[in-house]
Design a protein around this ligand. Structure first.
Ligand SMILES: [Zn+2]
Length: 264
């Protein structure tokens, strides 16, 4: 049962047939892992907090710099020098004191990835480097968690959902299927060399939050098996279908305990 204050706070979304009070209760019970409290993590985290996701863990090891502030809207000028996860947690809690925000001041590594991913229902990749993206992609596949991927540079963005480790979606691609080589991962070069415009990360990060809510509640059609490309210069989206690769290093038939048809 939603409390009276929650009925008021979430009235405009709980009134929707896709959500309802029951859906809102599920959002309040959900645990989401958000990796990267920067340009994508800011809008994603803001909207997850506003929507009433009950628990969000934030993973990032950086501190707020003045050059972050054209896009990283969870942070403020006063918070320069503060750990991003601490400031992000403060901002999200101020918006929604009813939720739990757990700051994890660390990089995602081989030694913490399984425990972090495994302790959550769903993962958002709002990171900015290939190492983290590949690790998160492989871990989400192995642990059977949906992964909402976002990337942005200059005026271009990418969005996709990977559920290759989730029951019923084993024929859909994992992150590595779509980005087999490091040169393709995210959008190279990075923001510091190529630049990034804040509203572009705003659009992609907000859409990551939307995909997360849809996956948690099971309504609509997710971007599983699709990659949405956003061209901010012309205000256009392109939806491309992505495929599983039989020779994928992460989910291919030779890579895991589930053997291919040729094995005995
Ligand atoms: Zn794969």
């Amino acid at each position: 049962m939603l409390s009276d204050i929650d009925l008021e706070r979430y009235a405009r979304q709980a009134i929707m047939p896709d959500i309802g009070e029951e859906g809102q209760e599920r959002l309040l019970a959900a645990r989401v892992l958000l990796v990267g409290a920067g340009g994508l993590g800011s809008p994603a985290g803001f909207y997850l907090a506003a929507a009433g996701i009950g628990h969000v863990s934030l993973v990032d090891d950086e501190h707020v710099e003045i050059s972050n502030l054209n896009r990283q809207i969870l942070h403020t000028t006063d918070s320069i020098g503060t750990a991003k996860v601490e400031q992000a947690a403060r901002t999200m809690s101020a918006l929604n004191p009813g939720m739990t925000v757990e700051p994890v001041l660390a990089r995602l590594t081989d030694s913490n990835a399984d425990a972090l991913v495994g302790a959550h229902d769903l993962v958002l990749d709002c990171s900015d480097n290939a190492d983290t993206r590949y690790l998160l992609g492989a871990t989400a596949h192995r642990m059977g968690r949906p992964l909402v991927f976002g990337g942005a540079v200059r005026t271009e963005g990418q969005l996709a959902v990977f559920q290759s480790g989730v029951e019923g979606y084993q024929d859909t691609p994992c992150y590595r299927c779509v980005f087999p080589d490091a040169a393709d991962a995210g959008l190279a070069p990075g923001c510091s060399e190529a630049g990034i415009l804040g509203p572009v990360t705003g659009i992609i990060g907000a859409m990551q939050a939307l995909e997360a809510v849809k996956l948690l509640l099971g309504f609509g059609t997710s971007l599983t098996g699709h990659m949405l490309l956003f061209d901010g210069r012309h205000g256009s989206f392109m939806d491309i279908t992505t495929q599983r690769r039989a020779d994928c290093a992460v989910c291919g038939s030779d890579s895991g305990p589930e053997s291919g048809p040729d094995s005995t």
